[in-house]
Design a binder for this molecule. Structure first.
Ligand code: HEC
Length: 139
């Protein structure tokens, strides 16, 4: 009986934790499955710009998470040079192919990308290694 109670508590703990960091879908899992072939999270790049610097661009360009996520979902559905956050990335890596994921999955992964913003990255070179641990979440 005691064991069962413990089980229940652990379950509850995990539940609240996953609710706090993800919504319904796990953006990070979606990223690993669908995006990490091309994108690394931190520099050096694979065949596309790394996510943490991209998240910095998004935080500079957009005031709110909702706006940033909205733009990114649109970009993932139809990448377009005119909408790119950094047109130099296209010159260097080529245009990203449109994602076949559903709008709900794209929103989850876009929210995860937004949350990868690492304020230390903005202060210049040499901070690249810091992003490896848990990053602070942005509201
Ligand atoms: C086949 C390789 C490939 C895959 C898969 C891929 N990307 Fe990209 N992505 C790129 C390249 C190349 C660029 C840079 C050129 C551009 O912006 O189109 C890019 C650009 C981006 C940008 C910058 C967009 C902007 O506003 O300019 C973001 C953010 C991004 N990718 C996120 C993702 C996410 C999230 C996924 C998974 C759902 C994903 N990418 C899948 C290759 C890829």
């Amino acid at each position: 009986m005691k064991r069962l109670f413990l089980f229940f508590c652990v379950g509850l703990l995990f539940n609240t934790e996953s609710n706090a960091t993800t919504n319904v879908l796990d953006g990070q899992a979606i990223f690993i499955r669908n995006c990490s072939v091309c994108h690394s999270v931190n520099p050096p790049p694979k065949s596309a710009p790394p996510i943490v610097p991209l998240a910095s661009h998004y935080h500079l360009r957009f005031q709110t998470k909702a706006e940033g996520v909205n733009h990114l979902v649109g970009y993932l559905q139809s990448p377009d040079k005119r909408n790119a956050i950094d047109s130099r990335a296209i010159a260097r890596f080529g245009l990203m192919p449109a994602s076949p994921l559903s709008a709900v999955e794209l929103k989850a992964v876009a929210e995860w990308v937004w949350d990868q913003y690492n304020p230390a990255m903005g202060r210049g070179r040499g901070f690249g290694g810091q992003g490896a641990g848990r990053r602070r979440m942005n509201p």
